[in-house]
Design a protein around this ligand. Structure first.
Ligand SMILES: [Fe+2]
Ligand SMILES: [Fe+2]
Length: 137
C-alpha cells in the first residue's frame, strides 16, 4: 500500500497528511504479512490512532472554516473509524484481528480518502469562502 497521485485531493497539506496515514497503514500491512503478531502491530495501531485523531481534527476545522455542508456526516465517518478500530482491537487477543484490520484499512483508504475527503477538498477548491465572523467593529 502506497500513496499514489490518484489519491491526491488537490490540497498539498492534506496530501502530505494522507501520505503519513498511508505510510503507517503500509507498516501495519508489512507486519501482518510477516506474521509479526499483534504485540508488534499494536504500536503502529496506536500511531494510527494518534495521527488519525490529529488529521481528522485538522480536516474538520477546514470543513467548518469553509462551511462544508456535509460536515456532520463526514465527522461521523471519522468517529466511526475509531469505533471500528477499537472493535477490531478487542478481537486481537483471539488472533482474529489481522485480516479484518487490513480489509478495514484498505476499504477506508478507498472509500474515505478517495471519495469523501475529495468532496470537501473540491468544495474548498471550487472557491468557497471562509466563514467570516459577524462582529461589527
Ligand atoms: Fe483524510
Ligand atoms: Fe476525512
Amino acid at each position: 500500500m502506497e500513496w499514489k497521485p490518484e489519491h491526491s485531493v488537490g490540497i498539498r497539506e492534506i496530501d502530505d497528511q494522507h501520505k503519513k496515514v498511508i505510510e503507517i497503514i503500509a507498516r501495519i500491512e508489512r507486519s501482518i504479512n510477516n506474521q509479526r503478531g499483534w504485540r508488534e502491530i499494536v504500536y503502529d495501531v496506536v500511531d494510527l490512532r494518534v495521527f488519525g485523531r490529529n488529521h481528522f481534527e485538522f480536516e474538520e476545522g477546514l470543513m467548518r472554516m469553509y462551511g462544508f455542508q456535509e460536515y456532520e456526516k463526514h465527522a461521523q465517518e471519522h468517529q466511526y473509524f475509531f469505533t471500528r478500530l477499537a472493535e477490531i482491537e478487542s478481537k486481537s487477543t483471539y488472533g482474529l484481528a489481522e485480516s479484518e484490520l487490513l480489509k478495514f484499512l484498505r476499504d477506508w483508504l478507498k472509500n474515505h480518502i478517495l471519495q469523501e475527503d475529495k468532496d470537501y477538498a473540491d468544495h474548498i477548491l471550487s472557491g468557497a469562502s471562509v466563514i467570516r465572523s459577524n462582529v461589527t467593529k
